[in-house]
Design a protein around this ligand. Sequence first.
Ligand SMILES: [Zn+2]
Length: 262
Amino acid sequence: MLQGKIEMKSINISIDVEPDLYGGKFEGITKGLDKFIGILNKYNIKATLFVTAEILDKYPKIFQNLKKQGYEIGLHGYKHERFDELDLKEKKELLKKSVKIYKNVLKENPKGFRAPQHSIDNETLTLLEDYNFKYDSSTIPWNFHHIFLPQIKIKFDYNFKKMKIHKMNNLYEIPITSFILPFSALTIRFLPFFIFKIYIRFVNLFKNKIFFMHSWDFIKLKKSRLYNRCPLKEFLKRFDYMLNYFNKNNEFKTIESMCLYD
Ligand SMILES: [Zn+2]
């Protein structure tokens, strides 16, 4: 039994909780999160939520309850601004304001950060250390999804070493798992189902895996071509299939517990 546990692979399900993709409303929070939690509860999974400070401020009870249930809550910027487009002063101000809201709502220091649209840079990493964050989970090495979605500016990184959890000074970098396509809701929707099944079997070769999705993946977004390729009902079915698959051969962890035990 103990032997099995030591060799067990692990996976984290993370969700970026932010304004809806089109129109900037909050249906992903008011309607989407319940669907997300409902599926996770079926497998008794505690996920990691990266929430914008604005949403934490607007819906404190939702996140206080999730924290009580054992979910991990990190920050995802203030209003979902790209950090690499801000100057140092703006970055400082936004982080200060966001950390203050986080502490007010959740009564502790935030430990994890994911930059909106993966827009992490060295200045922001240094500031995260100043604010005593424990980890950043913004990078997606070996990812080519901007070829299909050029509007999302993501830095290329071909360094194999950066695919693993690594430490930079006092901060851990927890890269989102990726190979050609990111291990994400986008890929669930983009690939034909039978190829997706092969993709997750390949991804399972990684010891620690970080999967990511968005609050608006759980609502209807009819303007999106990707949504129309795989509407909500089909998406929920595929997400459930994936959790069922990993539930057989992986331990589901929060990111913080992956940092501790890696
Ligand atoms: Zn985001």
